[in-house]
Design a binder for this molecule. Structure first.
Ligand SMILES: Nc1ncnc2c1ncn2[C@@H]1O[C@H](COP(=O)(O)OP(=O)(O)OP(=O)(O)O)[C@@H](O)[C@H]1O
Length: 335
């Protein structure tokens, strides 16, 4: 079996996250491009990493970055996945300032399509946000949900109760520290994503004091948001936002109801309509041939620190501290 260096040629760095770096590589045989996330071997490879990989592996949908395989390098665990050449949707929105309603709907439809699929596989994402959605390289870009670091499977894992996610995107019930339904909490985060695309700002942040986490929390819990006068949003879109931003999860609109909402259905691309099958084989991308057992074995092996490396005692994931007003928009595990 080929090792990482024999199989893939490294091309450039794509960026770095909490866990490590991501690189663009080319399959030496097929010449196809892939993105690889490298996580240092040793204590950084924990249950969460394993969960991310196993959950990601089971998903196969045009709006979800496709998992390909995991490999070991002498120093890192390498997660090979579909390369999204269009970069982060967040960057695109920052460049545009905000999106028109039609543009926002175009991306929102794809987001909901991907999330709905995840939920049908009994996986909730728990960290949906603009920064975790990438775009492919097409002229009419396709949205790709990535980063399953906080995902939970209803089959493999217990019901979520820990406060994870990114403050600006967190649903009220997630803040309560009681058990919650991860799928319904995902709906709220999709609503925040839609608002951010339309307005170019976070719905529950005080524009005068955006970094004051306590204020944001208070506004989330009391569902206090408004749409600035200078932003034109149709009444049907406002209605949908108001149906998503409902504090009581049992009264919040469901993904299924969003998919039947008139605003959502406008200009819905054919391929997103129920029943349309998307064929990855046409793109020449084959999904992972690795079994769950093989992946588990590789991940277990990656838990052993690389020879000669210093043992890292702390995981790189910082514990969220509400006292720290520099939380920014990055994800944090607040359990
Ligand atoms: N499949 C991919 N295709 C293209 N670019 C990617 C892909 N996956 C990640 N990237 C880019 O690589 C960078 C690092 O990604 P990574 O997932 O390691 O961290 P992150 O998402 O920024 O943060 P974290 O995982 O810590 O929340 C990001 O800027 C992201 O845009």
């Amino acid at each position: 079996m080929l090792n990482m260096e024999e199989k893939y040629e490294p091309l450039k760095e794509l960026g770095s996250g909490n866990f490590g770096v991501a690189r663009l590589v080319r399959d030496k045989k097929t010449k196809q491009l892939f993105a690889v996330k490298y996580i240092e071997r040793g204590t950084k490879i924990d249950e969460k990493v394993q969960r991310e990989i196993i959950n990601h592996r089971s998903l196969r949908h045009p709006n979800i970055v496709l998992f390909r395989e995991v490999m070991l390098t002498p120093t890192h665990l390498a997660i090979v996945m579909e390369y999204a050449a269009g970069g982060e949707l967040f960057e695109r929105m920052c460049t545009a300032g905000r999106f028109s309603e039609d543009e926002a709907r175009y991306f929102f439809q794809q987001l909901i399509s991907g999330v709905s699929y995840c939920h049908s596989m009994e996986i909730c994402h728990r960290d949906l946000k603009l920064e975790n959605t990438l775009l492919d390289g097409n002229a009419t870009p396709r949205l790709k949900i990535c980063d399953f670091g906080y995902s939970k499977s209803g089959i493999l894992h217990s019901k979520p109760h820990s406060t994870v996610g990114t403050p600006a995107y967190i649903a009220p019930e997630v803040l309560s520290r009681k058990e919650y339904d991860g799928k319904i909490a995902d709906v709220w985060s999709c609503g925040v994503t839609l608002y951010v695309m339309l307005v170019g700002a976070y719905p529950f942040e005080d524009p005068e004091d955006p970094r004051d986490f306590r204020k944001t929390i208070a506004r989330i819990v009391s569902v206090q948001y408004s749409i600035p006068d200078y932003v034109h949003i149709s009444s049907s879109c406002r209605l949908l936002l108001s149906q998503i931003f409902v504090a009581n999860p049992s009264k919040r609109i469901t993904i299924q109801a969003i998919k039947n909402n008139p605003w959502f259905l406008k200009n819905l691309p054919r391929e997103l309509k129920e029943g349309e099958k998307y064929n990855y084989e046409n793109l020449g991308i084959r999904q992972s041939a690795q079994s769950v057992e093989e992946i588990t074995q590789i991940v277990q092996e990656a838990r052993i620190p690389a020879e000669g490396s210093k043992v890292s005692w702390h995981s790189m994931v910082g514990t969220f501290n509400p006292e720290d007003d520099n939380y920014g928009s990055s994800s944090a595990d607040m359990a």
